[in-house]
Ligand binder design. Structure first.
Ligand code: FAD
Ligand code: UDP
Length: 371
């Protein structure tokens, strides 16, 4: 008989949802995290009374009513709607790509005019089946939008030519022929009132959590502490990199407190030019309609991942997909280990997708256990 039913490696949303659900079913859980706090990448740090999104801007959005109701058990959400701006040289555009953007680019006022403009640009390119991000972007919005708003941003974000990136990445952004600047199409959207830590604290209530604790530093001891392991760290590391290292994209966040009440008038402003070293500037107070005298601003600099940096994004190109597949084959056969989350599933998941994936794994796991 081991001390815990579940050891949960990683206190991000996946680990926290799994722990909550297991605890609710009367199981004993130990959650460990190598960082000095719980919450993974949604963690917020209070600075000058403002919830600073320490690991990048996080806007919750979902179309799934069950997931929306699930998170509401722990925290209420405000009415924030993400309207992102893009700066290219001395020009400013609305995102995602919509009638405002097209007007700013071409002076087109009617959807028909904008559609005709894109169509004429697309025809000249003759792309049948887009096979990479560049072709996908060109066939969605044409070369003008691509050159000013996509190519530079994408290539600095990913550190790779857009021709080597998967098409799905650009499909995250809506293209609309209405004057609607909402960055997302989903039915529900907002920021947790009081910040994401309220959500994490609610999920982890009554559960033992040890921070500053790395699974790999005491692997044998941790494997013997619980009957099952839920692993949300890097899957290649779990398997000792036996098929080689997976690549990730990392970020550096340069954050400063400014002695002004409003620096840029919006939560997120993207800088789409290749030569500006950062991709976006975040002014955190605007996520919660803050009115205090100071502001906190973060510049997000993309960088290649190395072992001492945080692995924020999986790089789902052909090479890494093939390596990941080998790890996944091992994971599928593993007993008493559940792999989940952005790092273990090597997928570009948003928060609602992580919650959906965790709830599905909980359901499958407990129905098998209880059968
Ligand atoms: P994580 O949050 O990464 O948690 C994994 C945890 O495991 C970490 O705390 C880590 O320290 C710990 N860990 C790893 N290895 C070990 C180990 N060996 N031992 C102990 N602990 C370990 N989603 C949205 O829906 N909307 C957004 O606007 C949005 N913006 C984003 C912006 C950025 C810059 C990034 C990077 C992500 C964004 N996301 C957004 C995605 C969102 O962050 C993820 O979907 C979600 O947080 C992933 O949860 P997770 O539990 O899989 O992983
Ligand atoms: N993107 C772009 N220009 C922008 C914003 C996004 O080309 O101004 C592309 C880029 O390739 C990025 C992808 O769209 O990686 C997805 O953008 P999103 O804002 O969803 O990125 P995330 O918030 O996940 O970093």
């Amino acid at each position: 008989m081991k001390k815990y039913d579940y050891l949960i490696v990683g206190s991000g949303l996946f680990g926290s949802v799994f722990a909550h659900e297991a605890n609710k079913r009367g199981k004993t859980c130990l959650v460990i995290d190598k960082r000095d706090h719980a919450g993974g990448n949604v963690f917020c740090e209070k600075v000058e009374g403002i919830n600073v999104h320490k690991y990048g801007p996080h806007v919750f959005h979902t179309n799934d009513e069950d997931i929306w109701n699930y998170v509401q058990q722990f925290v209420k959400f405000n009415h924030f709607v993400c309207n992102t701006l893009a700066v290219y040289k001395d020009e400013m555009y609305n995102l995602p790509f919509n009638m405002n953007t097209f007007y700013q680019l071409w002076g087109t006022r009617k959807p028909e005019e904008a559609k005709a403009k894109i169509q004429s640009q697309k025809e000249a390119l003759n792309i049948k089946e887009p096979s990479n991000l560049e072709e996908q972007a060109l066939s969605l919005v044409g070369p003008d939008v691509y050159e000013k708003l996509i190519k530079g941003y994408t290539e600095k974000q990913w550190g790779r030519p857009a021709t080597e990136l998967p098409a799905f990445i650009i499909k995250r952004l809506p293209v609309r022929f209405t004057y609607d600047n909402n960055y997302f199409n989903d039915k529900y959207q907002g920021i947790p009132i009081g910040g994401y830590n309220v959500l994490i604290d609610g999920l982890l209530e009554g559960i033992e959590v040890r921070t500053n604790t790395d699974y790999f530093e005491n692997r044998e001891e941790f494997d013997n502490i619980a009957d099952n392991v839920v692993f949300t760290g890097k899957i290649d590391q779990y398997y000792d990199f036996q098929f080689g290292q997976l690549e990730y994209r990392s970020l550096r966040f340069d954050t400063e407190v400014m002695d002004t009440d409003n620096y840029q008038g919006n939560a997120v402003v993207n800088y789409t030019e290749r030569d500006v070293p950062y991709t976006r500037v975040i002014e955190h107070k605007h996520f919660e309609f803050g009115t205090g005298p100071k502001t906190v601003v973060t510049k997000e600099h993309p960088q290649e991942w190395t072992s001492e940096k945080e692995p924020y994004y999986p790089v789902n190109d052909a090479k890494n997909t093939a390596v990941f597949k080998q790890y996944q084959d091992l994971a599928d056969k593993a007993e008493n280990v559940i792999f989940g989350g952005r790092l273990a599933e090597y997928r570009y998941y948003d928060m609602h997708q992580i919650i959906g994936s965790a709830l599905k794994k909980v359901k499958d796991h407990f129905s098998a256990v209880e059968a």
